[in-house]
Design a protein around this ligand. Structure first.
Ligand code: 5GP
Length: 114
């Protein structure tokens, strides 16, 4: 059985602040926000990583559309940043595909912190 934290949230075992739901995705507030708005776009089906989406490329595209819709609903008129941490070198912690949506202030120019 898959027991990552996002599956637990989706199953109702753990609580989260949910800002958007549809048949394919939940969007939740990150528990440790790195910007005034820090959301996570999480597919309901368990996909480990991007490679796992080879089974359903359409859903991967939908994730970006959901992110953009939610960004507008959150009033991020001046833009936002999407981040996917992939694998060990990418810094991924939760083994359930998700996209970070950050905004609410001008974010720094650096993509990589040492
Ligand atoms: P990753 O490094 O895997 O891309 O990021 C995982 C993110 O999930 C982190 O930003 C972390 O703060 C967030 N996170 C970890 N556990 C929980 C949790 O139980 N609830 C919520 N809402 N976010 C979590």
């Amino acid at each position: 059985m898959i027991t990552d934290v996002f599956c637990k949230i989706l199953n109702g075992e753990l609580k989260a602040d949910v800002v958007y739901k549809d048949d394919d995705f939940w969007v939740i507030k990150d528990i440790n926000p790195q910007a005034p708005v820090h959301l996570l776009i999480v597919p309901i089906r368990h996909f480990l990583n991007i490679e796992d989406f080879h089974k359903d490329e359409e859903l991967l595209g939908k994730a970006l559309i959901v992110a953009d819709k939610v960004a507008h609903k959150q009033g991020l008129k001046n833009g936002y940043r999407l981040i996917i941490n992939e694998g060990d070198h990418g810094g991924k912690l939760v083994p359930h595909f998700h996209i970070h949506l950050l905004g609410g202030k001008r974010l720094g120019p650096k993509l990589v912190k040492e």
